[in-house]
Write a protein that binds this ligand. Sequence first.
Ligand code: GLC
Length: 693
Amino acid sequence: MSSSSSIGISTVKPCCRILIGYRGSSIFGSHARSLDNPNSSKSHSKSIHNRGSYCSSSRISGRSSHCIVQRCIAHQPSSVVHGGRAFISSASASSNSIIRSRVSAAGFYADSGILRRRGVLLVPKVASDYRNQSTSVDNNHVNEKGFEQIYIQGGFNNVKPLVIEEIEKSGNSVVLNGSAVDLDYFKELNEKTTPQEKDERVASEIEKEAWKLLRAATVTYCGSPVGTVAANDPGDKQPLNYDQVFIRDFVPSALAFLLNGDAEIVKNFLLHTLQLQSWEKTVDCYSPGQGLMPASFKVRSVPLEGSEGEFEEVLDPDFGESAIGRVAPVDSGLWWIIMLRAYGKITGDYALQERVDVQTGISLILNLCLSDGFDMFPTLLVTDGSCMIDRRMGIHGHPLEIQALFYSALRCGREMLTVHDGTKNLVAAINKRLSALSFHMREYYWVDMKKINEIYRYKTEEYSTDAVNKFNIYPEQIPSWLVDWIPEEGGYFMGNLQPAHMDFRFFTLGNLWSIISSLGTREQNEGILDLIDTKWDDLVAHMPLKISYPAMEGEEWRIITGSDPKNTPWSYHNGGSWPTLLWQFTLACIKMERPELAQKAVSLAEQRLAADGWPEYYDTRGGRFIGKQSRNYQTWTIAGFLTSKMLLENPEKASLLFWDEDYELLETCVCALGVKASRKKCSRFAARSQDGA
Ligand code: GLC
């Protein structure tokens, strides 16, 4: 199946623009805020290219901040090659300069008078070798050596117009307009995506419907697909922001498209959201850190100034400044990095992640996460509602979901960052943090029968560096539900940990990503699946899977949620069941060689999702009712189902999306410093002995 939204250059809308923050990031690395020089990135303009467009920048005054308006006006100069999708912004242009961008098949070069180099040629070498070691099976690489490859979505059947100016042929590659093209790569790409091959897989009626709905949810910008709306519910009188493209919601859509051979929408999404990254948005005169990715964006059609009756499209991001509760989307940048890696792994198009603007985007996100603060722990300190659970739910502090995504993004970063003088400190910081973070999580967040028994007997008020009860947890905190609930076998990572506070609730997404990223040891990862299996009636029951368990009720609900009527017990984020968690469960099960468990969950969902109108979430303890305020035709429910199906059918593809234990990290384990008292042996060593390494 090919993308329904591939559009030739002739359909590009007349005018498109993007509002870019005044202090936008620089692109060719030289202005990136680095660990060496955190203040080095100041105001610079950015340009955006749209196929067949040129972009101009001018500054306007907003209510509380200045913005640069990037206007991309449809333009088809006869000598310009169309078909390339890369866009790169200016590095050293001053904030008012006008950049005219010309596009070539393999990249882009700017006519700013400052830059006359092809952006893709500026990366001196491929990213670190972690790429090759990161997954156990990785037979999908396509000509990794060259970063000048071109990925053409849909193979030759769906190729964009390409004007060839000159061709030189040598061996198995040709040089098109100055860019090397590996012919074997195209051959393989074409073979992978022939209609016959796709048709071999007979899609069920439900899958067919899901594909139709997923395609219908596609959002286009300047004629190109750039994402999917959160929900496409025709009955919804008050869509709020569900008509926007959410970064986190697009992840399963991206995977469904990628696994189906439709890479264009994902590439466009990654590049357009990259452009939004440093948009200066303020909440009452305060701006979030540079590198923050928006929670969502919307394509707006606005009247074109000076041209009556004409419209232009504008990308309008939301960094939380409009969101209910003004929640910070900490997870967005982490998801963006995870998606970028998945794009490379599945398509073999590593040229995208090697581009200098993309490298800068990765660095900005990770620098923001790694910047020093007041915190004592390697975990990320965030406010309530900064991830999928984007309402007050008592998860402020160091919630598991953020830590597991943070760990995954760090592993992605280590794989994708090109190592050179400008990044070596960042790479070193990533390695250090990975090591400290996994130690902390494995050691202190893990809950099982043995650990609860230890906590139950904890002494308190210990003042010393070798205290056993480091966080001064009062045993009375062990909730009564847990005493009966914890099984003899298996365990899980708790929801949160900070001074005198353990949140023992089970949060599904964080636990699944601990498995996927190998944040947990092999034994811990197996233990989580054992627990889900044993507690199936609590965590899955009629609809996979509970977002959190158990629900908060009574006084606890009143105090912790602030009497939130949407998060009443066993509803929405408070113990509701979210079908979008299915693809992550499937991935975790495939990794741990228990696909039958995932299959059982997928079959359950399949029986109900289409019939119920693809709800966002389900309510009640057993997930029997469609959620009280649930949208129908929720895109990540649909895409999550499709992705689960495809992963189960192509486990070798699934293996591109998870990580094995990183033995190098184990070597540099921080606990070599000595772990004392009752938990004598660091879980690192346990991991090593379990894996026989
Ligand atoms: C809700 C969810 C959030 C999701 C958004 C769009 O706010 O809590 O996780 O991204 O809807 O679907």
